[in-house]
Design a protein around this ligand. Structure first.
Ligand SMILES: Nc1ncnc2c1ncn2[C@@H]1O[C@H](COP(=O)(O)OP(=O)(O)OP(=O)(O)O)[C@@H](O)[C@H]1O
Ligand SMILES: [Mg+2]
Length: 299
C-alpha cells in the first residue's frame, strides 16, 4: 500500500493557542481512515492542513508525494469541507461539471455522479436554493467527480437523511475498493466503524489512540448491565465491580469489567430485578471513554 497522505510532526497554533501538537497520520491507497474526536479536538485544522487550505507551521504534510499547497498536487484530491458556501448564481450541474474539468476530467463525467447522489433532477437548480442536505450532496458530487486519489471529507454526513447517509457510506466503500484513499471526520462513530479500516482518535490536538475499530473497542473491557431495579444509585455504586452507575427512575446502567460477578450479587440483592440486559461496548463508547478517561483506558 502506497502512502497517499503523510502527515508528520505537525504543530499548528491560532494566535498563540495550539490546536495541533505533534500529530502523525498516514492514509494509504484504498484505505479508509476515520478521524474521530470531540468538538474542538483539531480535526478540521488537520483536514485543512491536508488539503492545503492552511499553511504548515511546523512538521510536514505530503499529498500524493507533493505539497498540498500546489494546485497541481491538489488535482489528486477530492474535498468536502465542514463550512463552505457555493457561488450563488451557479447551477448544480455546472458546478459538478466545472469541478470535473478542474480535476482534468471531461464535463460528461458529471452525469453519472449526479445520478449516484440523487441530484439529476436538481441539476438545473441554483446552488443557493438547495436545502442543507442537498448542498452537502452537491459537495460530495464535486469531490467524487474528479476520481481523486484521496478523498478528504470533513463531516460529510452533516444534514444527510438516513437514506442519503447509507448511500454515502456505500459510495465511499466503492471508491475505496477502486483504490481511493479516504480521510473522513464524523461524529457518527458507529456508522464510520463499518467502513473504516483504521480509526484515529484526536483530542486536544494530539492523537490519543489509533487502530482498527475492533482494536479500539478491545481497549475497553467494560460491559454495561442494564436493568430495572429498586436499589438506588448509591447502593448500586457500592456493589462489587461497579465502575459507574447511571440512570434515573428505576432504569439503571452499570459499567463493569466483571459482569458475571455483578449479576450474581445484583440478583441476590434485588429479587424483583427485571428487564435485565448485558451490553458490550461499541466504538462510540470506546471513543467516549478514550477522550473522557484516557489514563484508565490506555493503561
Ligand atoms: N480560525 C480559527 N481561529 C482561532 N481558533 C481556531 C480557528 N479554527 C479553529 N480554532 C480553534 O482550534 C481548536 C480546534 O478546532 P477545530 O475546528 O480543528 O476542531 P474540530 O475537531 O474540527 O471540532 P468540531 O468537531 O467542532 O468540528 C478549537 O479550540 C478552535 O476553537
Ligand atoms: Mg471540525
Amino acid at each position: 500500500m502506497e502512502t497517499v497522505l503523510g502527515v508528520s510532526g505537525v504543530y499548528h497554533a491560532y494566535g498563540g493557542t495550539p490546536a495541533l501538537d505533534g500529530v502523525d497520520l498516514q492514509v494509504g491507497t484504498g484505505e479508509c481512515v476515520a478521524l474521530l474526536g470531540p468538538n474542538g479536538a483539531g480535526k478540521t485544522t488537520l483536514v485543512n492542513l491536508a488539503i492545503g487550505l492552511l499553511r504548515v507551521q511546523r512538521g510536514q504534510v505530503r499529498l500524493a508525494g507533493g505539497n498540498p499547497r500546489d494546485a497541481g498536487t491538489r488535482r489528486h484530491l477530492g474535498v468536502v469541507q465542514q463550512a463552505l458556501g457555493f457561488p450563488a448564481t451557479l447551477k448544480v450541474g455546472e458546478l459538478v461539471a466545472g469541478a470535473a474539468v478542474r480535476g482534468g476530467r471531461p464535463r460528461s463525467a458529471a452525469g453519472p455522479v449526479l445520478a449516484e447522489l440523487g441530484l439529476t433532477e436538481l441539476a438545473g437548480r441554483r446552488a443557493a436554493k438547495l436545502s442543507g442536505g442537498q448542498k452537502q450532496r452537491l459537495q460530495l458530487a464535486m469531490a467524487l467527480v474528479t476520481e481523486p486519489d484521496l478523498l478528504v471529507l470533513d463531516e460529510p454526513t452533516a444534514g444527510l437523511d438516513v437514506a442519503a447517509r447509507r448511500r454515502f457510506w456505500q459510495l465511499l466503500e466503492q471508491r475505496r475498493e477502486r483504490g481511493t484513499g479516504v480521510l473522513v471526520t464524523t461524529h457518527l462513530i458507529e456508522e464510520s466503524a463499518a467502513v473504516a479500516d483504521r480509526v484515529v482518535v484526536l483530542d486536544k490536538g494530539s492523537v490519543l489512540a489509533e487502530g482498527s475499530p475492533q482494536e479500539l473497542v478491545a481497549l475497553l473491557p467494560d460491559r454495561t448491565v442494564v436493568a430495572r431495579t429498586l436499589l438506588d444509585l448509591d447502593r448500586l455504586r457500592a456493589l462489587p465491580g461497579v465502575v459507574a452507575a447511571r440512570g434515573g427512575g428505576e432504569h439503571v446502567r452499570l459499567s463493569t469489567r466483571t459482569p458475571e460477578d455483578l449479576l450474581r450479587v445484583l440478583l441476590a440483592e434485588d429479587p424483583a430485578l427485571a428487564d435485565l440486559r448485558v451490553e458490550g461496548a461499541g466504538l462510540e463508547e470506546a471513543v467516549d471513554a478514550l477522550t473522557t478517561r484516557p489514563q484508565e483506558v490506555l493503561r
